[in-house]
Design a protein. Structure first.
Length: 633
């Protein structure tokens, strides 16, 4: 993506099913779990570079020994920093007392992070502050093992205000209103209630307090806890948690908005946000990796037994399509195929804009994340040219001369590496023109590949959100090559609506497609629609989220996709640019054709998978009209 957007986040969960001595004997290290966790997190660094954290729980330690360890970092290299802190004591042991590295019991009792359960988290600070206190995993601590809770997640809830009120109604006094703390305390509340329920049950049977603790461990009903905790959540989420005694879970929202995968054998259970990281880390076939179904959680009991349990009613599955277009790593076999298909399906629209003038058109792509879609576009264009050559040969009514054959075989697409992301520029310059001039140099271009005033230049991007980078940087730098016509093709459709499930697209007023529609309404003397939508939004403002409709759709109804694309083309062209500019977007139909199993498209269509989505769109429009530069929840 030429203008990076952030999203929350990535998780990595490991449960070792054998004693640590087993891994020392088989793999030559008692740090097998830590080593695998580091790989799982490094392979998901695309999911979060603002912070990282790791928590570990040791099983079977006697009272008085610390059994929960946690480290977090918000440095510029958080994953490296976290594992440097974790591994430093082991390096000191290696240098001073190397025999200790083979004494598993001594390690468990004396060195942090020598446990059997690990939970790692990668954070993109989409909305919250990025202090250490805001980094996952979070801890809810207690002297009773069965009341401790470790929590990390990839989630965003739309109704934190409602959930916060329920905590207050329960008698709590939370010191923060963030969704993470609210979720932690809500789950924690029902963990406490489960403890109290079991305590009363076994106390009535005459057992001692020490005996009751053991019974709570064996009878702890995680499904009951999570079903009650999640009953009022509205949003997209994957949450992973560990109870202090060793029960663990990874849960996924009922619509399957956020992704989660797991693998289990007789040695290890692993869960992550992306499939290929498990493949690579454990060297296993993708067929052995399962997706956690929507409305289900992966349960791992303290004794190592695991199962998939349902905690909520399933909703229509609307897995986030942006995960496939941009966020997740393209090394996943299905995502790779889908992104190539997105590029292929853009070809007819691009050919139409360049009027099929392949001889005078150069094709390229902008950020590296668009490379796979560009591969699909290249294949489609090559096949198109192959067919054209066949048609011309078959149409001949004579034996062609060498010159004629050469002319026919000149029909081929021209592919070049035109734009290269060069440097990150940080500046304190406040004058817009000077700052924009510096920002324009984030990309460099390949000179000599474009014939000035003759060639069209098509550049593929995976998505266009705000259009800011296009206007300030990319189009300006491409224009220096003096192409006749610059066409920016997006493998994603027009982003028209705010996201509220963890992607940094929460403000309607930021979206270039929305700006284009508003401009068109004004230009075509239909500004009354803007006022009409505002009145509708205000009328719904205080309704329960379940009753709110999405009035913002009316902003786009008077115009075709092409009209909005044309207006976007005008908005991203500044006065210095001499080339003609066109923007081409994927259609929603083609999106679903390319990505048939991930139908979440609310940012393109306004069809939100939860009631809170409509509430957010409604509030976002009100904020736009009232000049409030804040997200809608």
């Amino acid at each position: 993506m030429s203008e990076p957007i952030k999203h929350e986040c990535g998780i990595a969960f490991i449960r070792l099913l054998k004693p640590l001595e087993y891994y020392l004997g088989k793999y030559g290290t008692s740090l097998y779990g830590l080593n695998k966790l580091q790989l799982l997190m490094e392979k998901q660094h695309n999911r979060g570079q603002d912070g990282a954290g790791v928590a570990s729980i040791k099983l079977g330690l006697p009272p008085g020994k610390k059994y929960i360890n946690r480290v977090r970092s918000n440095t510029s290299t958080p994953i490296k920093d976290v594992f440097d802190q974790i591994f430093t004591p082991f390096r000191q042991l290696r240098d001073d007392h190397p025999h200790r590295l083979n004494d598993v019991q001594w390690l468990k009792e004396n060195i942090d992070f020598t446990g059997e359960i690990f939970l790692g988290h990668l954070r993109y600070g989409t909305y919250g502050k990025n202090s250490i206190q805001n980094l996952h995993p979070f801890l809810r601590e207690n002297n009773w093992k069965t009341r401790n809770l470790v929590l990390a997640g990839n989630f965003n809830l739309t109704n934190v205000d409602e959930l916060f009120k329920t905590l207050v109604d329960l008698g709590q006094y939370p010191v923060e209103t963030s969704d993470t703390v609210t979720v932690l305390e809500r789950i924690g509340h029902f963990v406490d209630e489960e403890n109290e329920r079991l305590f009363r049950e076994f106390k009535a049977k005459g057992y001692s307090k020490k005996e009751i603790t053991d019974f709570i461990i064996t009878h702890f009903d995680l499904k009951r806890v999570l079903t009650r905790a999640a009953s009022k959540w509205d949003g997209g989420y994957v949450m992973a948690g560990i109870i202090g005694h060793g029960d663990a879970f990874v849960m996924r929202d009922p619509a399957g908005i956020r992704p989660a995968y797991f693998y289990a054998d007789d040695e290890i259970i692993v869960a992550t946000s992306e499939r290929p990281v498990i493949q690579t880390t454990l060297n296993i076939k993708p067929q052995k990796i399962e997706e956690i179904p929507p409305a289900h959680f992966l349960q791992v009991k303290s004794n190592g037994e695991w199962s998939l349990q349902q905690f909520a009613e399933t909703a229509p599955v609307t897995a986030c399509s942006f995960e496939r277009i941009y966020f997740s790593r393209g090394t996943d076999q299905d995502i790779y195929r889908e992104r190539k298909q997105l590029g292929r399906l853009l070809m007819p629209s691009i050919l139409k804009v360049i009027e099929y003038d392949l001889e005078n058109t150069v094709f390229s792509y902008i950020p590296n994340t668009a490379a796979v879609a560009f591969q699909g576009l290249m294949e489609a264009l090559t096949e198109f040219c192959d067919e054209k050559r066949k048609e011309k040969v078959l149409a001949l009514d004579h034996i062609p001369s060498t010159t004629e054959i050469d002319k026919i075989f000149e029909i081929k697409p021209r592919f070049e590496r035109i734009a290269v992301k060069d440097i990150k520029i940080r500046t304190f310059i406040t004058e817009d023109e000077q700052r924009d001039d510096l920002v324009a140099h984030v990309y460099d271009v390949t000179y000599g590949a474009i014939r000035a005033g003759i060639d069209n230049l098509v550049v593929l991007d995976d998505s266009i959100v705000r259009g800011t980078t296009l206007r300030r940087s990319i189009i300006r730098i491409l224009d220096r090559l003096e192409p006749k016509h610059i066409i920016v093709a997006s493998s994603a459709p027009q982003i028209r609506y705010p996201d509220c499930y963890g992607i940094d697209m929460a403000k309607l007023s930021d979206l270039i497609a929305f700006k284009a529609a508003i401009e068109l309404l004004k230009e075509t003397h239909q500004a009354h629609i803007i006022n009409q939508v505002y009145r509708m939004a205000k009328a719904q403002e205080n309704l329960p989220k379940e009753e709110i409709k999405n009035p913002v759709k009316k902003i786009y109804e008077p115009f075709s996709d092409e009209e909005i694309s044309d207006k976007i083309s005008q908005l991203v062209k500044n006065h210095q640019v001499k080339s003609k500019i066109s923007i081409v977007f994927q259609t929603v139909d083609h999106l679903h054709q390319a990505i048939p199993h991930h139908l979440g498209d609310w940012y393109f269509t306004g069809n939100y998978p939860t009631p809170g989505g409509n509430k957010v769109a409604n509030k976002s429009f009100i904020n736009f009209i009232e000049g409030k530069n804040e997200r809608g929840y």
